[in-house]
Design a protein around this ligand. Structure first.
Ligand code: G
Ligand code: MN
Length: 255
């Protein structure tokens, strides 16, 4: 019920405050792979909250609340620092072009000083931008905010890959895709879920793949769960995939 949901949000709000100090967050890692599943192309860091009473919570259950509380900046910084901290180890064991992808939330991305904070995090670990991908949503790219555009180009300049997450569900103006320094589209899993039987989903995925190709962007299919989906995507020319068929998100050690 709505009342129950509101109660729950209130409790989570109080507990979130302590979660960072108590070290209750953990990053899970989900690989992005080539269409045949044989090559590791990247990895996405996904935050989880190991809650003492409620078990493992996904980002949807607490990130929106954290945004409202201005806790999103310290949490976002924690995610970035912890994800990047994995990279040297991965490189050391032979994944030479290791790259980790981090999801940004709206208030985090818009906060003054965000770009500098990212560059400082890289520098602290002696890393360059090529080991980092930042995922934003279409909604976060709306508007002509000069500061946002400057931030995007500074990140791009530093060699960081910029990806649009959940692509196809927002309100992208196609002409802006050309002008923004975006390199990658992550096709929303709601379309992948309906492959191969839904003709409309096939049409949408096909259009996104063609759009990506025409604009020289990379396209990744998210939420690939079945062989049929994989096969359909491959036949449409999709080269990069992520989803339960290949691997679930997992703790760093398992990854
Ligand atoms: O918004 P974003 O695309 O970053 O969210 C990714 C979420 O999708 C993660 O919480 C992850 O656990 C989940 N996920 C990853 N792969 C699959 C999949 O194959 N199927 C489903 N249903 N969810 C997935
Ligand atoms: Mn994502």
């Amino acid at each position: 019920s709505i009342a129950h949901a509101a109660d729950r949000a209130l409790v989570i709000e109080e507990e979130l405050d302590h979660a960072l100090q108590n070290d209750e967050f953990e990053l899970y890692y989900q690989p992005e792979v080539s269409a045949d599943g044989k090559r590791l192309l990247g990895v996405e860091a996904l935050i989880r909250w190991q809650h003492s009473k409620r078990g493992l919570l996904g980002p949807d259950e607490f990130i929106p609340i954290a945004e409202g509380l201005h806790l999103i900046q310290p949490i976002g910084q924690w995610v970035l620092d912890n994800a990047l901290a994995q990279v040297p180890g991965w490189r050391q064991i032979g994944w030479k072009d290791a790259r980790v992808s981090v999801n940004l939330s709206s208030n985090q991305f818009r906060a003054p000083g965000f770009t500098d904070a990212v560059l400082r995090s890289l520098a602290r670990l002696g890393l360059t931008g090529d080991c980092l991908e930042l995922e934003v949503t279409e909604r976060m790219l709306m508007g002509d905010d000069a500061a946002m555009l400057a931030s995007l180009s500074a990140l791009r300049q530093a060699g960081i890959t910029l990806a649009i997450d959940d692509f196809g569900t927002g309100f992208s103006s196609l002409s802006r895709l050309r002008t923004l320094p975006i390199e990658k589209l992550k096709i929303d899993q709601s379309f992948i879920l309906e492959l191969p039987n839904s003709l409309s989903s096939v049409a949408i995925v096909n259009s996104i793949l063609e759009l990506a190709q025409g604009l020289s962007l990379t396209a990744v299919a998210e939420g690939v769960e079945t062989k049929e989906q994989r096969q359909c995507l491959e036949s449409l020319g999709c080269r990069a995939m992520q989803g339960f068929l290949f691997a679930h998100p997992m703790p760093a050690a398992a990854f």
